[in-house]
Design a protein around this ligand. Sequence first.
Ligand code: AGP
Length: 629
Amino acid sequence: MCGIVGYMGSSGVASILLSGLKCLEYRGYDSAGIAYINNGKLNVTKSAGKLENLEKLLTADRQSSLAFSGIGHTRWATHGVPNDLNAHPHLNADSSIAIVHNGIIENYAMLKEELESEGYKFNSDTDTEVIVHLLTKEYKKTNSILKAITNSVKKLVGSYALGIISSYQKDTIFAVNHHYSLTLGQGDNEFYLASDIVAVRQYTNKILRLEQSEIAEITQNQVRLYDFNGHETMREFITVDSDPYLINKDGYKHFLLKEIHEQPTILRQTIGKYMVHPNAKINFNQNNEPLTNAHTQEKSAGVHLSKNDIMGIENILIIACGTAYHAGMIGKYYLEQLCNVPVNVEIASEVRGRNLLVNEKSLVIAVSQSGETADTIAALSEAKRKGAYTLGITNRADSHLSRISSNLIITECGVEVSVAATKTYIAQVVSFLLFALYLAEERGSLTTSYINNLKLELHSLPALVETVLANETYIKEASIKYADAQDMVFIGRGINYPTALEGALKLKELSYIHASGYAAGELKHGPIAVLDSLVPVVTILMPGSVYDKTLSNAQEARARNAQMIAVACSDDEKAHKYFDTVLEVPPVDELLSPILAVIPLQLFSYFISDYLGKDVDQPRNLAKSVTVE
Ligand code: AGP
């Protein structure tokens, strides 16, 4: 959450910082700002709202393009509303030090009281502002920015990253990382700083990631690293040889639509990578790659459990948030069905502060697109402490989650730019299925013919997703008919209960229409009270063990005059008879049905959102990477 950029070199700082912030806008877009030094003077330009507001201010501010060093920030508000005053960078009273900050300072209230009693005046409601005053106070004692930093970090509680610039040391910017992520990039006599490698990779492939508690002192010619006691540490920049992280819309109106359309390819790649042939055993370590690639510092995918480990697993806990949690719920279904092992799935933030009942016989699976979600990381770290086996499922090999997971499945979807997750969700779900099949093969919990049939079906899944996408025009027309709804209800049973939850979440995020997902059987236990002719009810009605019961639950809604929408198979006559709108998918094995059924729901939410003129790729109040607890 929030994004930091920095530059020290000989090019105009404004455009470089802006371009970096554009790459990081997914981390928050409540306000943005930069601080830079020109003619020895520290200047700050910032604005509430999206980056374009800052861009306009900078176009009018010629000085910013003449400066060669600066820091920048894009904000997702935690403390204080998104206005100009709370926007970063924050300046001290005499405009000599400015900082940008990611994360939360947990003891800020106490520090603020202390600083106020000493005469420091606060202008914002942020926790960040305590840092700039603390630095000022420590600078007055030490006459050194570095010492001011090492003294200050000893007083700060929480996880955070900082960018610091000061007119006391005009030729330097500082970066501080404490259990967050900051990456440096090296150019020709210039250095870049960013919260995400994506923002640095547009300029250079020479990178250096800051360690968990580390300070970087960056001048035009060198970077010096220090631990929090001020001792210098030595590390080299490394060359990243992977492709640059390309970000473009490929002609689509929105990233979201592009990412929805990438799903068949992603499924093909993921399935093909771990299951080279429908008759071959699933293998997560094909290339015998080392777990960590020493060259790129990125972790390679791999499951490193021995047969004994696998046979000894007595229970599995899945932890995740949001859409990844829904993927985890489907994962539970797969692992229980196919591997006969008890599985719990927990919202990561709900694990905190509880007695986590895992041990050396447990496998804990953390699922996170970004690999940076603070609650998920914290829960996984706790599980690790208790001796459980750990598996991370993430789209980012360079993430915090990747670094702390002993086993790793990388979903390899490419960067997901749209804040609403789509392609990473189906990649997580199919990864769970592949992992469950892998465990089932190792544990011998299923017959070979059952496994082989399922693998064959899995092999043809990407083509089925293509058939759903080909129906896009119909889905668009059908969806916008419901765009004036105030509330919508999504119901599903069994393996498609999570699909109902995900359908409701996508609609809420993208269109701001209130939507709730329920287990279809729960409707009559309360939620049915909200139904009337104004409320559309979306039923996930896929063939399989719970079809009849789901249809009965939908009839209960129909009897209350609800507007009836089904996601159902093209050949389902009952669906066509009882529902006003049918979003069709081809017939498929029940286990694979969540992957197909979610596609029309993604498009449904997309088209309603676009029709209503909402900000599809960056819905209000959200951020892509949720790095605060
Ligand atoms: C999904 O559309 C969301 N924006 C959100 O729920 C997301 O899935 C959640 O914040 C978890 O993020 P992660 O996968 O990066 O951990």
